[in-house]
Design a protein around this ligand. Structure first.
Ligand code: ATP
Length: 445
């Protein structure tokens, strides 16, 4: 393979992965040679080699082969080491293809690696129950929640556990999108009998991201029949979606009601403790693999506090941090974290609205929202009002007149006075300083 072809692969990867992932992971690779179907790369550290191999290996192979190169596997080596990286496996399969025709299961998504906290304890308990196998108790199990909260992880964990306990079980996991493509292919190739036979012969069917079939009428129809046949046959069905069954757009009523007739559980947004727990468990894994990488006290707490969007982003941030630390050969300190993750940290700063601030502050001081916004000037209302104005100035991009309008049409000079007053009090009154800190955190959760 020539360097020109590698440059074309790079261009394709850049547009597929986006600037950040590309510069963190792909740019450090140096293509060396292609020998007997093995593409060899120099990488700055084992950590980067392993990460690229696990996460982007398939894509790199795909693009190379697409350009006419016959590449079976990738090899990553650290030039300073005498031996090639022992750990940097040839294009690793974190996801092993399963027997049967399901989508591959990710071997990292098990119950052991799933961290349980208040927001996901119910979903976890239900998943555990289903994974025990035995007589079907609730059918279907419907898991829903926002992006990156662990639905797929739990589904894969159920599948792994079921296969471990009862290897003879035919467990089929796939996304709703794959279900649709298989259905369309079966129609096109006139193989509907095979399709029906395949889906009706499983013991456990798992369909991820079922919201995808909203608005796809024939797929819904087929899904409905598959679903009914399996429930009638006492086979377990597990479904996930990004919202509750009743809220999925353009989904037939009969399917909504079918989906609701088992156990519906949601994964709530993560809280600080759960995020910290997840980070700690990931660090344990990294530290066992790369004992030379040290992480300073307070870094995980900082990340758990600042990145509250979703677990995928949190994990990605930590991995990037470890990769960077392995490159520069330094301990992961708070300063290094802020430098290395400045874009992620900026993007995940939650956009808070003036209305949210008013609501939180009135709850905190136990006064009515209408009193805070209204004209009363008694201290009980005036001080929380000034605090809310101060936070609105600090945490939103609203101008003083805009903030004034949201506080019952007050003048911008009133807002300015309130903000100044709280700035003064903050330095003098520790109670006010504590309240401000508490409110700021609660608003960023
Ligand atoms: N409680 C948890 N413990 C450990 N890892 C978690 C947990 N929750 C999520 N993760 C990790 O976060 C990442 C995203 O999780 P997953 O893919 O399961 O999310 P999802 O809810 O299916 O998201 P999507 O809506 O995008 O499909 C995975 O790497 C997963 O391992």
């Amino acid at each position: 393979m020539t360097n020109e072809i590698w440059a074309t692969v790079l261009a394709a990867l850049k547009s597929a992965l986006g600037k950040n992932s590309f510069s963190s992971w792909i740019e450090p690779l140096e293509f060396k040679e292609l020998v007997d179907g093995v593409a060899v790369f120099d990488v700055p550290t084992n950590f980067i080699g392993n990460y690229v191999s696990q996460n982007f290996g398939d894509q790199i192979l795909y693009h190379m082969n697409n350009l006419g190169q016959e590449v079976q596997r990738l090899q990553f080596r650290v030039p300073s080491q005498t031996r090639p990286t022992a750990k940097a496996k040839a294009t690793s399969k974190a996801a092993e293809p399963e027997a049967g025709s399901g989508a591959p299961l990710d071997s990292r998504f098990t119950f052991d690696t799933f961290v349980v906290g208040k927001p996901n304890e119910l979903a976890h308990a239900a998943a555990r129950r289903v994974a025990e196998g035995g007589p079907v108790t609730f059918n279907p199990l419907f898991l829903y929640g926002g992006v990156g909260l662990g639905k797929t992880h739990l589904m894969h964990a159920i599948a792994h556990e079921l296969k471990l306990r009862s290897p003879e079980l035919n467990v089929l996991y796939l996304s709703a999108e794959q279900f649709m493509y298989r259905f369309i292919t079966a129609l096109r190739e006139r193989k509907m009998m095979d399709f029906k036979q395949l889906f009706r012969s499983v013991d456990v069917l798992m369909v991820d991201d079922v919201q995808f079939i909203g608005g796809k009428d024939s797929t819904q129809e087929e899904f409905f029949h598959t679903f009914n046949a399996l429930v009638d046959g006492q086979k377990q069905i597990i479904i996930s979606a990004d919202r509750a069954p009743g809220e999925i757009k353009d989904l037939e009523e009969r399917i909504k009601s079918r989906l609701q007739c088992g156990l519906v559980v949601d994964l709530h947004p993560t809280d600080y403790e759960l995020r910290l727990g997840i980070l700690q468990s990931k660090v344990e894994v990294y530290s066992a693999q790369y004992p030379e990488l040290q992480i300073a006290d307070g870094v995980l707490e900082f990340l758990a506090h600042r990145i509250s969007t979703n677990v995928r982003v949190l994990e990605g941030a930590l991995t990037r941090l470890f990769a960077f630390a392995s490159l520069v050969g330094r301990e992961i300190t708070l300063d290094l974290t802020q430098d290395c993750l400045s874009d992620v940290l900026k993007a995940s700063d939650r956009k808070v609205t003036v209305e949210e601030i008013q609501r939180k502050v009135s709850e905190h001081y136990n006064i009515r929202l209408s009193d805070m916004i209204g004209p009363k000037r008694v201290r009980n209302y005036a001080r929380p009002r000034q605090i809310a104005m101060y936070l609105a100035k600090q945490m939103t991009s609203r101008s003083l007149p805009e903030i004034g309008r949201r506080f019952g049409g007050r003048d911008h000079t009133t807002v300015m006075h309130g903000v100044k007053r709280i700035e003064e009090l903050k330095a003098l009154d520790s109670q006010i300083a504590d309240d401000l800190e508490l409110l700021r955190r609660a608003l960023q959760e």
